[in-house]
Design a protein around this ligand. Structure first.
Ligand code: ACO
Length: 324
């Protein structure tokens, strides 16, 4: 028997306020047509002023617990992937614990920007396989609207707020790739690329929270190549190929990156979960949001082989192969 970390529940939360591309036409030299054509984005959600990342994360966690038929008492650990925490510390994860009424177990945040959920999922898998935890809530939650420079048309039209969560639980498997659960992961980062995407403020430098800066076209080229390589590596580690993939659940930054990567991987777009048009780029929240929407729409079904892949600031990038 082999221990596996299996997704037992999934859920998401999107703030009420929907912002269509046309809103940006009022203040910036941009158009709905440009944003749709270059990014695939039609709208995004922005959190209310009194809504913090931990609120979004908690709502998503509650939805995931409900779908798993579990309560906070059944959870041993909470991992939140975020780059937009409520405060510098404590972690969003401990705030979520409190909001869920969870007084035992432990929580911590993972910061790998848009690749955060893939890193968090891999951490959660390791905690389960090592016996540190039996059930882990893995959450991606972001309020990127708070770090936008509203005068920079090349970035502020691309991002949105939201949260998604999964409950990952220990189950016995046979040890082969027909098992449900996380089957393989591939993580990477390379700090030489840090100027391509960063926030120009921080505790030990400016003492401010800063605004997002991005060299989008340079990043674009890195993205397709690195996402294809990481997904291929994760599949090859367990002797699988693109032919075995039921769904690619990619980070949702840009429809052209999603299409370019799917093409290089040899997976048709019918087998790719796409939410970027409705959510924009929600950074670490985008993959769990896409998982939740994919299940809600009846696309992702038990037994399907999923490949998640993401790249973000750092650069940090990676992928996880799992059977739903
Ligand atoms: N409206 C109109 N014109 C615009 C806008 C806008 N909102 N933004 C930029 N432009 C202009 C530029 O100024 C430029 O004009 P110029 O040619 O006169 O200089 C022109 O459009 C083309 O700009 P590019 O940056 O070359 O456009 P590109 O086709 O590369 O699309 C985009 C830009 C959408 C940002 C794309 O590069 C991209 O998606 N990059 C990757 C982003 C990404 O993957 N992020 C992932 C990680 S995010 C994270 O980790 C937080």
């Amino acid at each position: 028997m082999t221990l596996r970390a299996v997704v037992q529940g999934v859920g998401h939360y999107l703030p009420e306020r929907i912002v269509p591309n046309s809103e940006f036409e009022k203040t910036l030299d941009t158009s709905d047509e440009w944003i749709r054509a270059r990014s695939g984005i039609e709208q995004r959600h922005f959190a209310a002023e009194d809504e913090a990342t931990s609120d979004l994360a908690t709502y998503a966690a509650q939805a995931a617990l409900k779908s798993a038929g579990l309560t906070a008492d059944d959870i041993d650990a909470v991992i939140v992937a975020t780059s937009t925490p409520d405060l510098t510390f404590p972690s969003v994860a401990t705030m979520v614990q409190d909001k869920l009424g969870m007084t035992r177990g432990f929580g911590f945040d993972v910061q790998a920007v848009c690749a955060g959920f893939v890193f968090a999922l891999t951490n959660a898998n390791a905690l389960i396989l090592s016996g540190q935890a039996k059930r882990v809530l893995v959450i991606g939650a972001e309020t990127f609207s708070r770090i936008m420079d509203w005068e920079d048309r090349s970035t502020c039209v691309l991002f949105g707020d939201g949260a998604g969560a999964v409950v990952l639980g220990a189950e016995e498997g046979t040890g082969d790739t027909s098992d449900r659960g996380i089957l393989s992961a591939d993580l990477n980062s390379d700090g030489r690329y840090r100027d391509m995407l960063y926030v120009d403020g921080g505790v030990s430098t400016s003492g401010t929270s800063g605004k997002l800066r991005m060299q989008g076209n340079l990043l674009f080229r890195q993205a397709v190549e690195k996402l294809t390589t990481t997904a291929t590596n994760a599949l090859e580690k367990i002797g699988l190929s693109d032919d075995d993939v039921s769904w690619i659940v990619p980070h949702q930054a840009n429809i052209r990156i999603i299409q370019g990567t799917a093409k290089k991987l040899g997976v048709p777009m019918e087998n790719v979960i796409v939410t970027v048009h409705k959510h924009g780029n929600t950074s670490a929240a985008s993959i769990p949001l896409a998982l939740s929407v994919g299940v809600e729409e009846g696309k992702i079904k038990p037994g399907d082989l999923l490949v998640t892949e993401a790249i973000g600031g750092g650069l940090a990038w990676g992928s996880v192969v799992l059977r739903w």
